[in-house]
Design a protein around this ligand. Structure first.
Ligand code: ADP
Length: 349
């Protein structure tokens, strides 16, 4: 009965999340306590017939402060990287059918976003996160289908910091006037044919991310990073073209920065992050309520992801401009890249 009571109290939240189930799926992963961490301030019970709810029990404040949360699924501390990816796999597959998909990691700094999206050790495939598993699948499936559809895969990597979009492959901030207010296709786009290509590029991206940062760990948790995978397929029989894209987003830490403590740069960063995360929340709420107006233009993040967030996302495998523009726009660079045997040379000295 106390569970019923908690449920009742959380009815609003529960209903909101039920509404989101469908086009938008929300999963929760609970990180284990790290070495040297004490057993924290709360315990978690996993409930619900489908493993889709949890109760958070704060240890200090007594039973009444328990709260129930509902998700599409809750993953406990013993879940592996492979199991986490399992539920996402069909979505990734749909990119090859011409749909646009967006996967976010949301949470406060230290909650395991980067661990889940990238993984702790790139040299060990077992530990790979969603990003690499998704790309590996894209390559595997496109190979399986090669008699029916010939696929090309391209990646882009950008960072949004204080509402400035930065291309992580070229370190190009000069282009910002173009990037600002426009879509991801303005950033450098690189053709890839295997996961090793992607690993190499991600390394460049990570390195470039560090270049502009005073302290990497601080910076990476204060900016959103977006890895976008564009897929273009040509059907062998009909010659018709399909396009899909996958955005893999490691969001900036969602923690509230204490107003009294944050000053100068920190305060500015915090304000930008709060604003863009709430702009993302507004877009998702508007989509859930099927509102006629979706406020995409309120932040760079939602503008960049616009083509992957709406219900009409994807192009039914036929239309869409996702890849057309960069191909025309950046042809010379593309050729340069294809001819460039060592991608490291992309990084300016
Ligand atoms: P965030 O990106 O949200 O700031 P990180 O991914 O950097 O957080 O994770 C913080 C720390 O916790 C890292 O040391 C990471 O290796 C560890 N960690 C995160 N998730 C897990 C997990 N599921 N299992 C084991 N360690 C984890």
């Amino acid at each position: 009965s106390s569970y019923q009571k908690v449920l009742e109290e959380n009815r609003n939240l529960y209903n909101q999340i039920q509404d989101l189930k469908g086009t938008i799926r929300v999963y929760c992963r609970v990180r284990p306590f790290l070495q040297g961490q004490s057993n924290g301030e709360c315990t978690v019970d996993y409930i619900g017939e489908n493993g889709d709810m949890m109760i958070v029990n704060p240890l200090k404040q007594g039973k009444d402060s328990r709260r129930v949360f509902s998700f599409n699924k809750v993953f406990g501390t013993t879940i592996t990287q492979e199991q986490i990816y399992g539920d996402t796999q069909p979505l990734v597959r749909s990119v090859l059918d011409g749909y646009n998909v967006c996967i976010f990691a949301y949470g406060q700094t230290g909650s395991g976003k980067t661990y889940t999206m990238s993984g702790p050790d790139l040299t060990n495939e077992e530990t790979w996160g969603v990003n690499y598993r998704a790309l590996r699948d894209l390559f595997d499936i496109s190979k399986e289908r090669t008699n029916a559809i010939k696929y090309e895969v391209y990646v882009q990597m950008i960072e949004i910091y204080n509402e400035q979009v930065r291309d992580l492959f070229t370190l190009d901030i000069r282009n910002n006037s173009q990037l600002n207010g426009l879509n991801v296709p303005d950033a450098f786009i690189v053709p890839v044919t295997c996961t090793q290509d992607v690993l190499d590029l991600m390394r460049i991206g990570q390195k470039n991310r560090a270049v502009g940062a005073t302290a990497l760990n601080v910076r990476s948790s204060r900016s959103h990073s977006v890895l976008t995978v564009h897929v273009r397929g040509v059907e062998v029989v009909s010659n018709s073209i399909l396009r899909g894209c996958l955005h893999l987003v490691d969001l900036a830490g969602s923690e509230r920065v204490d107003k009294s403590e944050a000053v100068g740069e920190r305060l500015k960063e915090a304000q930008y992050i709060n604003r863009s995360l709430s702009a993302l929340g507004d877009v998702i709420s508007a989509l859930a309520q099927k509102s006629p107006h979706i406020p995409y233009r309120n932040s760079k993040l939602t503008q960049v992801l616009q083509d992957s967030l709406g219900y009409k996302n994807g192009n039914n495998g036929r239309m869409g401009t996702t890849l057309e523009m960069p191909l025309n726009h950046r042809k010379e660079e593309l050729f340069h890249l294809i001819a460039c045997p060592n991608m490291e040379t992309l990084v300016p000295p």
